[in-house]
Ligand binder design. Structure first.
Ligand code: GDP
Length: 268
């Protein structure tokens, strides 16, 4: 399918002026459209012209309400949680930066980012394109994390940047070839280490690259940079909490998206 850049907007009440929002991104084929379809099922879908976001409004599943609202009174009106998606149909990774600078660095009440990945596709045991799929996913994720890091380092104030969590949704765990979520984490961390060290080396080798990529005094490398091992915990310093959780949107035995709903609910 066409790679999609999705915005998931979740809001507590129709009177909200700025809706809490989540961004849904990831490589083509990860299952974003499938997740969107699941979220929007039976709900209002608003379709607009190309380049303009499509918004979809859905409700938090009852089971997730029960799990996530345990700190609230049953009668709390804010329990009436609604979800709204804004789907930008601009395809492709190259457009990410355009959107990301508008949507990630200057977020409109952005509560988090969901990076969906096909856990079967990035499996090393997936003969043929396994490593290539992992590399592409890692590059994409690297670029997003770097943008989030810049969001903080470009801040004019000395104040710590607002926390922005990111969920790596390891999808298609119904497939027996899929990597379990903890292995998706380590596979992405190690591949991002490779992406980072080649980018750092490229920057050092080329003054032109540096000028092209540089924005002010910002660091152009992720986390600590260099040849060391990248770990998602290095993002803590810039207030980006990375979680990894598995699930499946489809599957012979039905869907399992509970951990993702829980993550959304806990970051609302
Ligand atoms: P997108 O490019 O990220 O929007 O991915 P799609 O939603 O189009 O999904 C790509 C393919 O993966 C489709 O054929 C889906 O039916 C399939 N798919 C999506 N989620 C799952 C899942 O959890 N399990 C399985 N087995 N297939 C899935």
């Amino acid at each position: 399918s066409v790679p999609l850049f999705l915005h998931l907007v979740i809001y507590r009440s129709t009177s909200s002026t700025t809706l809490p929002s989540f961004l849904l991104v990831g490589p083509s084929g990860a299952g974003k459209t499938a997740l969107l379809t699941l979220f929007e099922r039976g709900q209002h879908v608003e379709t607009r012209t190309s380049q303009v976001p499509i918004s979809v409004e859905v409700s938090l599943p009852v089971s997730t309400n029960a799990a996530s609202l345990k700190y609230r009174s049953v009668n709390d009106p804010s329990n009436q949680v609604h979800k709204k998606f804004l789907l930008a149909d601009t395809p492709g990774h190259g457009k990410l930066r355009h959107y990301a600078f508008d949507g990630v660095i200057k977020p409109q009440n952005l509560k988090g980012i969901i990076f969906m990945v096909d856990a079967a596709d990035i499996s090393m045991g997936n003969s043929g394109n396994g490593n290539e799929a992992l590399r592409q996913a890692a590059e994409y994720l690297h670029d997003i994390l770097l943008l989030l890091q810049k969001r903080s380092t470009s801040s004019k104030t000395s104040k710590a940047p607002k926390e922005l969590p990111i969920l790596i949704a390891a999808n298609k765990l119904d497939l027996f070839t899929a990597l379990p979520a903890p292995l998706v984490r380590t596979a992405l961390e190690s591949e991002i280490s490779n992406v980072r060290s080649s980018k750092t080396k490229g920057l050092l080798d080329s003054g032109i690259g540096m000028n092209d990529l540089d924005i002010g005094e910002e660091k152009e490398w992720l986390g600590d940079g260099g040849d060391g091992k990248f770990e998602f915990s290095q993002m803590d310093e810039v207030n980006v909490a990375v979680s990894v959780a598995g699930g499946n949107v489809l599957g012979a035995d039905g869907q399992d998206v509970k951990q993702w709903w829980d993550w959304i609910a806990s970051n609302l």
